[in-house]
Design a protein around this ligand. Structure first.
Ligand code: FAD
Length: 637
């Protein structure tokens, strides 16, 4: 298969405008004749469903929560990037584009990233018009702060609740369309399969989470905006429900999966506290604006932080990266924290932690100012750890947080299955091998508000999909497939809980395909996962029945998919014999311990295709070319 990115030719600054002009339109009176299925109502899906409804399409929108308002996007804390240059500190569309391509370690598509930077400015205007209460400066202008990998302040925020406020904006826009009748909302529905007819995506199979009823929904195009797969690690900052099922089942129907091994480990999370923990909590990157990261210089130093004098502390990020200091990108900050802990400098009971200290900032700005900026995050930290971060430095450690990998899409956000579009964290995204902070909200909203409304119209106008019946053979087959998986899970009658399998799988992926990877470890993971998966199917015990609200059953289906995805992640990581961004292969590093890319052999997107049960997936490569940002060894020194 040849992968065509469909990025328009010509000067990059004009590509999107030119493309928009060339895309075919559907006249307003005809839009209502098309049914569009949107799975997901987070920032990407909510924005898409609202915008498509506003345009006049008939939209059916699905989510597994009881309300679109509870999509995982609500958890986003720190902010959203946009090249507004309100601070007059040298920002521009080109600089945001440049920072993002460099931040992603030159493994993203230039055309897409440039468009993202361009559209970023529209997002802020749209959200302000919706009433999103962004923080403001004294004079009334929107305030900005800095995030990692940038030397300008371009991050717009609403205290530590930016995702929540943005989602409320998208939710209101969505509700408006639900009120107008252009969008029909289906909460508590789990997409279990994709219906493909004559090579085109034509519908989905869902299971009602209330009563287990399996249904077919057909449409003219399907949009997946189902979020990321960070929960494959079991412990992550993601909401417990986040899963890969929708994209994984689409992969099994022929959509290629790109860069599955590109996952993001976030440097500032509350460290693991015990064996029975099921979730990790993020402490937003925004805290690195004012917090200083340090460890004791002496390995094994167990004195309380206040008793460690200044000259016995190592502010290792400021020492190693004087230009960016505590605001180096996430992959670099995470690896540096791991290296300090591995060398015995870690703090806290487990030794897997470093300090994030606000003493200087409190002295400089006053407690009041710090509370104004990060109050809710400090409160959250204190509730979880019992320590007051105004008085004692926070203890933090890296944790799984975001997935740059996802379904492959072209410039139009269409997957390799015509008519299947993928938005937000679910696609392989514009972030290459490492996402810069505050760029996920930007991408999800860019995809939903500003890209899909154009590109889906062009698809419908050119493909002219014929009507498909809900009892078409492909739909029946997909229903039978979904029902069979559910039945198999319930009939297992084994002895182990779903969680015990998930925890064991997550540990394998974390140990061998986490912050650092090497050939021997990846091969070991690939030898451990298949027998564990086999045991899962033989020995898992799923309580309850299909015809009731059964979260154990929901979870079991998701973990079954994580087993297969975990294997693909390891295969991809093994195949990529270089280090780039969050994919750190220990064999490939510079003398200073930084990621060492191999642009001659690996400057491509790795897109994997399902070949059937028990058969190795096929790798297709999309080569990356860089005409505007010359690949170089990333330096934040
Ligand atoms: C704690 C935390 C803080 C973050 N802070 C920031 C930040 O400050 N700035 C930033 O840019 N990014 C941040 N991120 C990342 C960002 O929040 C996410 O990448 C982004 O919100 C994902 O949006 P989405 O719309 O793609 O997916 P989601 O918001 O995860 O939405 C997924 C939707 O798909 C639905 N869905 C999923 N599977 C199915 C299925 N099988 N059937 C039916 N429906 C399904 C869900 O119900 C939901 O509606 C943060 C992430 C975390 C975990």
């Amino acid at each position: 298969m040849e992968l065509r990115s469909n990025v328009p030719s010509g000067p990059i600054e004009q590509s999107w405008d030119k493309h928009k002009f060339e895309l075919k339109l559907i006249n307003p009176a005809n839009k209502r004749k098309y049914n569009i299925i949107v799975v997901g109502s987070g920032l990407a899906g909510g924005a898409a469903a609202a915008s498509l409804g506003e345009l006049g399409y008939n939209v059916q929108c699905f989510c597994y929560q009881d309300s679109p308002r509870r999509a995982h996007s609500i958890a986003a804390q720190g902010g959203i990037n946009a090249a507004k240059n309100y601070h007059n500190d040298g920002d521009s569309v080109f600089r945001l584009f440049y920072d993002t391509v460099k931040g992603g370690d030159f493994r993203a598509r230039e055309g897409n990233v440039y468009r993202l930077a361009q559209v970023s400015v529209n997002i802020i205007d749209q959200c302000v018009a919706q009433g999103v209460p962004f923080a403001r400066e004294y004079g009334g202008l929107l305030d900005n702060r800095s995030f990692g990998g940038a030397q300008v302040s371009r991050t717009f925020y609403a205290r530590g609740q930016t995702g929540q406020q943005l989602l409320l904006g998208a939710y209101q826009a969505l509700e408006r369309q639900i009120g107008h009748g252009t969008v029909k909302m289906y909460p508590r529905m789990d997409m279990l399969d994709l219906i493909v007819v004559d090579g085109q995506a034509r519908g989905i199979v869902t299971r009602s989470l209330y009563d287990g009823k399996i249904e077919v929904h057909v449409g003219d195009a399907v949009v997946l905006a189902t979020g990321g797969y960070g929960n494959v690690f079991y412990l992550s900052t993601n909401a417990k429900g986040c899963n890969a099922t929708a994209i994984w089942r689409a992969y099994r129907r022929g959509a290629l999966f790109a860069n599955p091994c590109f996952t993001q480990i976030h440097p500032t999370c509350i460290p693991v506290a015990g064996e029975y923990q099921s979730k990790l909590t993020l402490m937003s990157e925004s805290l690195r604006n004012d917090g200083r990261i340090w460890v004791p210089k002496k390995p094994g130093d167990k004195r309380p932080p206040a008793s460690i004098p200044e000259n016995e502390r190592d502010y290792y990020l400021e020492r190693r990266y004087p230009s960016f200091g505590n605001l180096v990108p996430r992959d670099i900050a995470s690896r540096a924290a791991k290296a300090e802990c591995d060398a015995g400098h870690g703090v806290g009971e487990s030794g897997l932690g470093v300090y994030l200290d606000f003493t200087d900032a409190i002295q400089r700005l006053g407690k009041h100012k710090i509370a104004e900026r990060y109050g809710n995050l400090f409160e959250m930290y204190e509730r979880i750890t019992g320590e007051d971060p105004y008085k004692v430095p926070m203890r933090i450690y890296p944790a799984s947080h975001y997935t740059m990998g996802g379904l492959w899409v072209d410039y139009n956000l269409m997957s390799t299955i015509p008519g299947l579009f993928v938005l937000g964290e679910a696609n392989f995204s514009d972030h290459g091998a490492n996402r810069l902070g505050a760029s996920a909200l930007m991408q999800g909203l860019a995809d939903g508000y500003f890209i899909i409304p154009y590109t889906i119209g062009n698809y419908l106008a050119t493909a002219k999909p014929a009507k498909v019946a809900a009892d078409a053979p492909a739909a029946k087959e997909a229903v039978a497939n979904a029902a069979a998986i559910t039945k198999k899970l319930l009939n297992g009658n084994g002895k182990r809980t779903v969680d015990s399998f998930h925890r064991e799988l997550g540990k394998i992926v974390w140990d061998y395909c986490g912050m650092a990877r090497n050939e021997a470890g990846l091969k070991k993971a690939l030898s451990l996962i298949p027998p564990l998966r086999e045991e899962f199917w033989k020995n898992v015990r799923v309580l309850g029945a299909n015809e009731e609200f059964n979260q154990s059953l929901e979870k079991a289906g998701r973990v079954a998919d994580f087993f297969e995805l975990a294997e693909l992640m390891c295969l991809d990581a093994l195949d990529r014999k270089e280090s780039c961004g969050g994919h750190f292969r220990e064999e490939y590093q510079t003398p200073e311990g930084e990621a060492l890319r191999d642009d001659t052999n690996y400057s491509y997107v790795a897109a994997w295709g399902y070949q059937g049960q028990g058969r190795a997936p096929a790798l297709t490569k999309e080569s990356l070319t860089f005409n505007y940002v010359k690949p170089s060894q990333r330096s934040y020194k």
